[in-house]
Design a protein around this ligand. Structure first.
Ligand SMILES: [Ca+2]
Ligand SMILES: [Ca+2]
Ligand SMILES: [Ca+2]
Ligand SMILES: [Ca+2]
Length: 218
């Protein structure tokens, strides 16, 4: 394999800021979702099954910075969500009508929303959204009430909140949030305590492990 020969998927994405992959149209192949900050667009790109992609605009979102795809409303088609990094930015999702025509709904307005992720953070069966806003310096959990009405709860206030990733880091079957901060020079784990009615989150620094000599050395 010639790893130097990266092939071009789509050229006209001025200031392209993100790309992610999911089977948006449910035809069994992996499609792409991409954002362009300067172009102010959120696009999805349909895979023809052979790795050739046809782009379609999901939204003309000024300052589009990050996006992904998941079935937000649980109706069995894949929806899209995005974050806009303008000073009057927003976190939004786009409902798929089952034919990849998308209807936008703003989840929250946030200054310089630079990253967004989605998953069932509280384990109640609906998809929640988590965002990082560099302007506001906050990581916010947008709690889905089951009908895609979202209530914001700040998980952590960290200057320069820049990138997030949802994963069950501590293996207790709930979704934790990893955070990278641009100005705090840190990576943090926002640990989900997993207790539904007293759900709290703890943001702690991720520290390098000591590397021991011997057979368990890393
Ligand atoms: Ca597909
Ligand atoms: Ca859906
Ligand atoms: Ca949920
Ligand atoms: Ca966990």
């Amino acid at each position: 394999m010639d790893l130097s020969a990266a092939s071009l998927v789509h050229q006209r994405l001025p200031g392209a800021t993100s790309v992610s992959a999911a089977d948006v149209d449910g035809d069994g192949d992996v499609d792409l979702v991409a954002t362009a900050y300067l172009g102010g667009t959120v696009k999805w790109m349909a895979n023809d099954g052979h790795g050739d992609f046809a782009a379609a605009t999901v939204d003309e979102a000024s300052g589009a910075q990050a996006a992904g795809a998941i079935d937000v409303d649980g109706d069995a088609d894949v929806d899209i969500y995005s974050a806009s990094a303008d000073s009057d930015g927003a976190v939004a999702w786009y409902a798929n009508d089952e034919s990849e025509t998308f209807t936008k709904a703003v989840i929250s307005t946030l200054s310089k929303a630079v990253d967004v992720g989605a998953g069932d953070v509280d384990g109640d069966g609906d998809v929640d959204v988590v965002s990082a806003a560099m302007g506001a310096g906050v990581v916010t959990w947008h709690i889905n009430d089951g009908s895609e009405v979202f209530t914001a709860q700040i998980l952590a206030s960290v200057a320069g909140s820049y990138a997030i990733f949802l994963a069950d880091v501590d293996g207790d079957s709930d979704s934790d949030v990893l955070l990278a901060s641009f100005t705090d020079d840190s990576v943090r784990l926002i640990e989900n305590d997993g207790v539904r009615l007293r759900r709290t989150f703890y943001a702690s620094l991720v520290r390098p492990c000591r590397a021991y000599a011997g057979k368990h050395a890393i």
